[in-house]
Design a protein around this ligand. Structure first.
Ligand SMILES: *Cc1c(COP(=O)(O)O)cnc(C)c1O
Length: 319
């Protein structure tokens, strides 16, 4: 298991690349749920999501060890992050994306000089392809979450939260493969164990919920949740034990609740966030928090959403 010293080390490695993101507040959200709500704003992070934290920590290390190229399998934020940091370090990056990846995501990767390979529509097809390319090119495959350096990089958000907000009571973060939340758990629970931590998943991608309940890693079939960053079908071998050890609660949200939360944040807070981030706001808006009068930090994990597709996500809200 990674330890908090790994997270401190990650921060030293990535601080020249990664922004310390701002914390926003919302009076309306706070009043609505009877808690003080803060938003840790990784949608304002470099490349538009927190993924650059772990990617920078990992890619810097493999380049130091002599890697001459890197590959990743992701159409989304991890692919952009790996392409960005590889470009900064002058190492070629190949990103394997699904055949139906949106043009805006492909453009973002190409803007960072990432080479695009299209392959299949599932991660089960993309992963071996990316690993094979890495092997052929004597390069290194950069996993999206199940890797100690990736997890430690994401955990730097936890250090920032403890420093930016005095006396935080609760931290809420989305759960995909678990890299983000396992990193934050490691930092926060070692430094300040009294802080409660809650994960959020879409009902349609409840693999971690089921795994925690069954006390073993449990896979779900492919899912089409609009929270595309949370579509992983099972938690990681390295991330899951950390969730089992430390996570206080896991909340599920419905697709319509995610849409309403995203619409609320756009309309009221004037922030563009992506559905995977909106799950945390959905847990607040739909009264799923079993407490009041607490200082609550929600992690807004990213803001990369295809603007042309935004009308499919926005709905009327009556908050
Ligand atoms: C990747 C991602 C997540 C989930 O992170 P994991 O480390 O896979 O749990 C959440 N939100 C956004 C925006 C992401 O890109």
């Amino acid at each position: 298991m990674i330890r908090v010293r790994d997270v401190y080390h990650a921060r030293e490695q990535i601080s020249d690349i990664v922004h310390v993101t701002p914390v926003l507040t919302s009076g309306q959200l706070s009043k609505h749920c009877g808690n003080q709500i803060f938003l840790k704003s990784e949608h304002l992070q470099r490349t538009g999501s927190f993924k650059i934290r772990g990617a920078t920590n990992k890619v810097k290390q493999v380049v130091k060890e002599g890697a001459s190229s890197v590959t990743a399998a992701s159409s989304g934020n991890h692919g952009q992050a790996v392409a960005y940091i590889a470009n900064r370090l002058n190492v070629p990056a190949t990103i394997v994306v699904p055949t139906n990846a949106s043009q805006c995501k492909i453009n973002a990767i190409q803007k960072y000089n990432g080479k695009i390979i299209k392959c299949g529509t599932t991660s089960a097809e993309r992963l071996p392809k990316a690993q094979k390319i890495a092997h052929q090119e004597m390069g290194v495959f950069i996993p999206p979450y199940d890797d100690p350096l990736i997890m430690a990089g994401q955990g730097t958000i936890g250090l920032e939260i403890l420093e930016q907000i005095e006396n935080v009571d609760v931290i809420i973060a989305p759960v995909g493969g678990g890299g983000l939340i396992s990193g934050i758990l490691t930092a926060v629970k070692e430094i300040k164990p009294s802080v409660k931590m809650i994960g959020v998943e879409p009902e349609l991608a409840n693999d971690t919920y089921l795994s925690l309940k069954n006390q073993e890693i449990t896979a779900i079939p492919g899912t089409n949740t609009i929270a595309d960053g949370l579509r992983t079908s099972q938690p990681g071998d390295l991330t899951f034990p950390i969730l089992q050890k430390y996570l206080d609660d896991l909340i599920l949200v419905k697709e319509n609740e995610i849409k309403q939360a995203l619409s609320f944040v756009m309309e009221r807070m004037k922030q563009i966030i992506e559905p995977s981030s909106a799950v945390t706001i959905a847990s607040v808006l739909f009264d799923k928090l079993p407490f009041k009068d607490k200082k609550v930090i929600t992690v807004i994990s990213g803001g990369n959403v295809d603007i042309q597709q935004i009308n499919r996500l926005v709905v009327d809200t009556n908050f």
